[in-house]
Design a protein around this ligand. Sequence first.
Ligand code: DI6
Ligand code: FE
Length: 410
Amino acid sequence: MLPSSSSPDVPPVLWRNCRLATMTHPEGALIEDGALMIRAGRIEYAGSSANAPRPESATDVIDLEGRLVTPALIDCHTHLVHGGNRAREFEMRLNGASYLEIAEAGGGIVSTVKATRALSVAELVAQALPRLDTLLAEGVSTIEIKSGYGLTIEAELAMLRAARALEQARPVRVKTTYLAAHALPAEYKGRSQAYLDEIVLPGLRLAHAEGLVDAVDGFCESIAFSPDEIAQVFTLAKELGLPVKLHAEQLSWLGGARLAASFGALSADHLEYIDEDDARAMAAAGTVAVLLPGAFYAIRETKKPDVAALRRHKVPMAVSTDCNPGTSPLTSLLLAMNMAATFFGLTVHECLAGTTRNAARALGLIDETGTLEAGKSADIAVWNCALPAELVYRIGFNPLHGRIFKGKTP
Ligand code: DI6
Ligand code: FE
């Protein structure tokens, strides 16, 4: 059991004899004989044992026996709160049904909307907890959770209230994202402007007034909302002082990524269909590229994001599960890293940076977490392995030894 040192009157704890991946170095240097000093839930020192401060008493030294230590993982793009599942639809697809046939049979996002609207906040929390616990068991300490399956004002607020409640129910940091511009509900078929005017925009004002919104997102796609429609949502977000992010270029090119960049978005996500100019615009805006290999895999997409262009323009890349019941029923950030490496060619360091430092950036949290350095929250993962590559290469194996959140062992 790892020690806790979260309250100010508790003496600091020195953790020594670990292989430290602070994730502060662009190339991901590993400190072979590393140490951490943690006091009152914050990191006071992270670096070589040789330069570590002396502990105030011999009892406050913990030997990590050479284990790998990284920042706790961050899942920066999830639809974790939702009702029901889409297993039957999965089976229909295996039997050859097309997305259109499934949609016409009441499948797709519409079926999750129906299941979500039927649930209370408490029931939404209860259905999300097993998914959250699975992610926490793999060393996740920060998670982003979107609305987007309610599609009425009250149901969108309920989803965000459930997301906030999850932060009280578990030792985890939750960032919420308003995604009413996710899909057009059946009652507004063919009337997207009316949906924006009557639901999305007034709902955003109410959600913000209740303190439920940390960022605003949209689905910019031919089957969802146009750049002009997304721009209306982002304009209100900016008026309310909220950061934005966007599901962009997932199934086609519409100009979503560069629209997001023009609004100074925290991130643009999916990005299978971006081009060089999109990467350039994202780099100029400091917009993080969030790659979602689980959705690429589950829908059997063939077009891969242009990682070479993102690298050329030094666009920070994050990796996330996109945990959602339809296109990415994935609750393993370790497997998401393996997929990002295997499908998209990311390096081990890019994968680990993608679930720590750059994921923190995608949530506007880089000053609080995502790297191991003095002043930041003591959000730490200790692994029963020696190399970061062991976190990415295994498929379906969890080497977590212990997770520390704000200096406390949950
Ligand atoms: N892109 C996706 O892949 C999911 N949402 C989005 O904007 C699909 C969500 C679902 O199918 O339930
Ligand atoms: Fe998504």
